[in-house]
Design a protein around this ligand. Sequence first.
Ligand SMILES: NC(=O)C1=CN([C@@H]2O[C@H](COP(=O)(O)OP(=O)(O)OC[C@H]3O[C@@H](n4cnc5c(N)ncnc54)[C@H](O)[C@@H]3O)[C@@H](O)[C@H]2O)C=CC1
Ligand SMILES: N[C@@H](CC=O)C(=O)O
Ligand code: NA
Length: 440
Amino acid sequence: MKPIKVGLLGMGTVGSGTFNVLKRNQEEIQRRAGRGIEITMVADLDVARAQALVGEGVQVVGDARAVIANPEIDIVIELIGGYGIAKALVMEAIAAGKHVVTANKALLAVHGTEIFAAAQAKGVMVAFEAAVAGGIPIIKALREGLTANSIQWVAGIINGTTNFILSEMRDKGLDFGVVLKEAQRLGYAEADPTFDIEGVDAAHKVTLMSAIAFGIPVQFDKAYVEGITKLGAADIKYAEQLGYRIKLLGITKRTAQGIELRVHPSLVPTQRLIANVEGAMNAVMVQGDAVGTTLYYGKGAGSEPTASAVIADLVDITRLHTADPLNRVPHLAFQPGAMSNLAVLPMAEVVTSYYLRLRVADQAGVLAKLTGLLADAGISIDAVLQREADQVSQAGENQTDVIILTHDTREGTLNEVLAQMQALPTVMAPIVRIRKEELN
Ligand SMILES: NC(=O)C1=CN([C@@H]2O[C@H](COP(=O)(O)OP(=O)(O)OC[C@H]3O[C@@H](n4cnc5c(N)ncnc54)[C@H](O)[C@@H]3O)[C@@H](O)[C@H]2O)C=CC1
Ligand SMILES: N[C@@H](CC=O)C(=O)O
Ligand code: NA
């Protein structure tokens, strides 16, 4: 089957990430989608810059309407932003019968009712996973994964720029303005950063989540919005002393009287997971009556994290509209005919690092012997710890514990060294080995 053809409007931070990730992972994405997905036409005001980014094989134009007018294009990705030209282009793409993927939360939070109605009438999809919490699949979780639940509330850190500012101010004592400039440099901030710092961007996102969680129309105009600009450094410090962190939260909650929809700085107990979400990271908590509380964490902004969500929407649309109905949601995510025969490794081939605890005779030269065996096998040591003198008597007058952290090595190699260590007369008990995962 021929690839599905996609037109991309706006080759900026997210547009270039989308192009690059789709190109880099095209083979794997095709095996999931059941059909190739190709960006064949791009529009940007800066044609030369966009052409340099996509290379010669892709047509680049300055007029986005030329993309919409191209009958070969099935899906239009809108990554220009704002309510102006972006709204006109999205409405025109829908009118032309194209599916639309957008990261534009401002547009959907304010004009969503009109846009979704037009798409419904035309029988096309408007997909917007990237619009809320960037790369975190929160729209899919709310819309599909949690579909059995009566959702009670959703609360999240959904603006990377402000979370970055609050973290840097607290940890490094940096000035608000300096950190904001850095967030802009890193591509997190909106074209108009007042949207970030005044809570408007978070309100756009929580408005969309509220609609999906409670089945209500998008109603940005009803949201209470308070940003972080009036927050003093002293409040961040005092909150910390009282056991709280200040986070800009977007909250929407079902109550007997109606729906709460609000964005404001909030004190959150420091021991909560969400209080420890730092930098530009996002996290969304969802409370459902059946599932209880769930938490979704990840990068809410930036070029490729946001692209990840844009492409997930492209795959959804491709599957729904072109795949064999049986394989729209392939059982194992990849189309049945596109499974890989990658081998699952035997444990001996796994590479990881280790914590070792050895009960040894408390004699000179024992430690050197142990570290020598590791060195001979090419296993480097990250840290060594010997029990304190006052702990020795508990282990026995002539014995002590040695703890060794290794760097990464093959499990098979370590097993050979462990066997040699265990055979030493100075090793007095079975060696304890715990694998170590940095998970970063
Ligand atoms: N940057 C981020 O981390 C995230 C951004 N978003 C959203 O994604 C959208 C795009 O954001 P960014 O990529 O950061 O913006 P950007 O400012 O980096 O890119 C926008 C691009 O659109 C082009 N453009 C402007 N007017 C145009 C027109 N009339 N026709 C064709 N091209 C035009 C610009 O030249 C620019 O290259 C926005 O809606 C934003 O809110 C969503 C999640 C994260
Ligand atoms: N400006 C936004 C970008 C993503 O939506 C943010 O800082 O989170
Ligand atoms: Na998302």
